[in-house]
Each structure stands twice: as C-alpha cells, then as structure tokens.
Design a protein around this ligand. Structure first.
Ligand code: F0G
Length: 466
C-alpha cells in the first residue's frame, strides 16, 4: 500500500461490528449544554454525535484483540495472561521491572509517591495534566521546558515536542539536588501532540547522565512518535517503528504508560523501570492501591487485549493511516482559514482558539467557548487544553495558560473519513460566526483538575447561546 499512487485514505480494516450513533437537534444540544454547566465532560455520551473528547480508551479493538480477551485468565497471581502481557511489553520496552496499573495516572501516582515530595522539581518537555497533578499532590513542582517553537502554534518544526536542552541544563545546574528524575512526554500531548526527536531524547539523556539523574518517558503515544521519527528524522527512514520504540526506551531508565492510547486498550497501563530499589518501593505502593503485581488493577482479559494491541500499534500500515487521517482533518481546517497547530500531531488536531477568538480574553476561556460552540453546532465533542485545564495554580490564583487550544482527538480505528468530513463542516460553520461567540465565566470549580467538573455560564447573557 505504501508505494501506491492513490491519495484517498484507506482505513486498513473493514468494519466488524457496529455501534449506532444518536442524532440530536440543535434545541436538544443547547439544553444538554446548559444542563452540563457548559462543561463537555458533564454531557451524556449519548447526546454526542462525534466524540473527539479524547483518544484515550475510545479506540476500536481488533478481531484478534477480542479473540485474545476470550483466553483471559483471571488467576489472582501468576496468570498466563500476565506473562503474555509482560512479554509484549518487554519486547518493545526492555525494562527490568514492569508493574501493571489500571491506567496511566495510576502509574504516575505510584512513581511520584515514591520519588516526589515537598520542594522537589520534576522537569518535562510538557507534563500532561494528570502527571502535573500527581506531582503537585506530593508537594513537588512540575516544570515544563518545551522548546520555544513548541509554544508557537503557527510555526512549523518537525519536532515541536522537543525539550529545551539549555533550559534543562540551567535548571539542573541551579537545582540538581531537588530533581529526582527528568520526564519526557512522547508525543507531547498538551503541546499539540507533537513528537520528540531521537536526537532530543539523546541530548536529554546526556544531560541526565551529567547530573546522575534518571530519565522516564511518558510513553502513551510512543508508536506515533516513532512513526514521526521514521518519516522526519534523518537516518530513520528504513528503521522499523518497533526498533525505534526500543531505541527510545533504551535511552531511558523507566516509563509510565497509559495503555488506553497507542497500545489500543480500553483500559490499562503500567510503570516500568530498571532501578531495583525504586521498583521494590513502587511494588509496595502498587499492592496498596492497584493490586497484586501480576494484575495491578487490570483483569486478565485486559492484559491480553493490551498484549495483542501492542503488536498492532507498531504496524506500519496502521500508523501511516493513523497519522495521515489526522493530517487530513488538519489540512482541511487550515484550508478553511481555521488557525490550527502545525504541523499536525499524531492523535489530534489542535485549534488555536486564542487566535480564532481574539475578542475573548484568556481568562474568559476562548477554548471552552469554542468547544461549546462545536457541540451546539453539530454534536461534536472536543476538549479545551488551555486556561481552564492549566490556569489554576496550586495557591488558588489564576493565570492564562501559554496557549488556549481546542483538541479534536481522534479515537483509534473508530471513525471513518465521512465522519471526519462532517467534523470539518461543523468547524467551518462555527468559524463563519466566530465573532459572535461569547466567552464564559466559572460559576463553581474544585481546587484541582478543574476542567473535569467546573461549571460555567456564557459571559454576555444578551448574546445568542454559543
Ligand atoms: N500522559 C499523557 C501524555 C496522557 O495523554 C494521559 C492521558 C496520561 C498520561 C494519563 O493516562 O488517562 O490512562 O490515566 N490522557 C488522556 C487524554 C486522558 O485525553 O489525553 P490515563
């Protein structure tokens, strides 16, 4: 397929079982939005037509995964399903210890409970929200060190997810004792789904070595990241993605993983690492909160689905389709004059809501306003990644996030090209009436991870609903 001249995206699968979608009217969606307090996490999924809230756990499993689920063995300890999972994980990520967990944030919770604490600093290219929250929960600080290009949505750079090496060196030179480990998120989800180059991973490794610091990868989308390395980084065009993944893992001392992303599971995750002492401490915590170390919060059938999913995640035909179909959406929006983060990431297209809605101040949440408008217009659910998600500081004060983005995350193998064509139409229609969209104010919010449960109301009640 790779060498064929055709431009039409062929989903490299045919549909095996179907799930109906429910159509709603504009009036129904307006009512649902108001009842949800203008927070799309509070909607019932049945009221959503195309759900691009997240690519996490929302993918379709393959026939082979469903078959693997049938042989799931539910022994409390030492199940064969665990050993199949372990073999699949260490085949790509050859770390000495693998601790299964029910999802990525559980692995983060265990890791940072073990290494975090007041006064400590954990640098990353950009922490995901749950990673940041888990770090801050221990009293440590989560510091983002993206390269400057990573914060400029319209600027093209092949590896906008890279870490700023000079900034990392500066931070370590000043605070080496306070840094228990360095993290790299591949791809950089919060920064636009942008990949990190192998050269950058090597540079980060070099700096970590100079200060004797371990490097951990937040690896949720490492297969997509590896595909970008193969297609963009000199020297990798002929290297299989599985080998690129192994090379990245070989540069690290450990990893956290949400199996709900690239590993094509609906649930699951793990923490893997080489350090025996740290692994011992983490295992103690795992037993406390997740379960016995051969299932760690997952059923045997979940372990089987992930083992099979990992093999499919590094398949080149799948990854080519995956990255191409995301770019298809992005390119159409770009042609329609919608400001989008370029180049397009692996799992999502990010709309620059701050650029699209310049009349809405960051503290009136342009991303949230746009996400609400996309739902009201056509039942498309997206996710604000901006001031709502990142603007509330641990001390309770509020500040504008570096960017106000709206993420259209594409669940894996779930929607077809005609669904995406519909999404393009919805975004284009909202863009045509962008000047009339109102900002929002927060009516109530929790102290942490506020984007999940905060309630909003449109700012100008005289203006039409978003
Ligand atoms: N790290 C990254 C980069 C993530 O994107 C996520 C989850 C996690 C860690 C946590 O994993 O959900 O299994 O606990 N991201 C989802 C998203 C929720 O929508 O991007 P989890």
């Amino acid at each position: 397929m790779a060498d064929e001249p055709f431009v039409t995206i062929i989903e490299p699968f045919r549909i095996h079982s179907v799930e109906p979608m429910r159509l709603t009217t504009r009036a129904e969606r307006d009512a649902a939005l108001a009842a949800a307090g203008y927070n799309l996490f509070e909607l019932r999924a049945e009221d959503v037509l195309i759900d691009l809230l997240t690519d996490s756990g929302t993918g379709a499993m393959s026939a082979q995964q469903w078959a693997a689920i049938q042989r799931g063995n539910e022994a409390y300890a030492g199940a064969p399903s665990f050993y199949r999972f372990l073999e699949a994980v260490t085949g790509l990520f050859p770390f000495r210890h693998v601790l299964p967990a029910h999802q990525g944030r559980a692995a983060e919770k265990i890791l940072f409970t073990a290494v975090g604490g007041p006064g400590l600093i954990i640098p990353s290219n950009t922490h995901f929200d749950t990673t940041r929250a888990n770090i801050e929960f221990t009293g440590a600080s989560a510091v983002d060190l993206p390269i400057p290009e990573g914060l400029r949505p319209a600027e093209r750079h092949p590896f906008k997810g890279n870490m700023d090496i000079t900034a990392l060196e500066r931070l370590l030179a000043a605070n080496a004792d306070a840094v228990p480990l360095v993290m790299l998120t591949v791809t950089n989800n919060s920064g636009g789904g942008q990949p990190v180059s192998m050269a950058n991973v090597r540079e980060v490794r070099r700096v970590c070595d100079a200060y004797g610091k371990p490097l951990f990868l937040d690896s949720c989308r490492i297969a997509e990241n590896a595909w970008f390395i193969r297609t963009r980084e000199p020297g990798y065009a002929d290297v299989p993605v599985a080998d690129i993944v192994r090379e990245m893992a070989g540069l690290a001392d450990g990893m956290t993983m949400s199996a709900k992303k690239d590993p094509l599971g609906n649930i699951g995750g793990w923490l893997a690492l080489n350090d025996d002492d740290l692994a011992e401490r983490c295992r103690g915590l795992e037993i406390l909160t997740e379960g016995f170390p051969t299932y760690g919060g997952m059923a045997g059938r979940d372990l089987e689905a992930i083992a099979q999913g990992l093999a499919e995640a590094v398949d080149h035909d799948y990854l080519r389709y995956r990255v191409r179909s995301v770019a298809y959406l992005g390119e159409a929006l770009e042609r329609a004059g919608v400001p989008v983060v370029v180049p397009f990431g692996g799992h999502a297209v990010f709309i620059d809501a701050r650029a699209m809605l310049p009349h809405i101040e960051p503290l009136s949440y342009p991303g949230q306003a746009l996400a609400c408008a996309l739902y009201a217009e056509g039942g498309v659910r997206s996710c604000e990644i901006g001031t709502v998600m990142f603007g509330l500081r641990p001390d309770g004060t509020e500040q504008a996030a570096p960017m106000d983005l709206v993420r259209l995350a594409i669940p894996r193998r779930t929607y077809t090209q005609s669904h995406i064509d519909y999404v393009i139409e919805v975004v284009t229609r909202v863009a045509a009436r962008r000047a009339g969209l109102p900002g929002l104010r927060i009516v109530s919010q929790p102290r942490q991870l506020r984007h999940f449960t905060a309630r909003f109301e449109p700012l100008d009640s005289a203006a039409p609903a978003p």
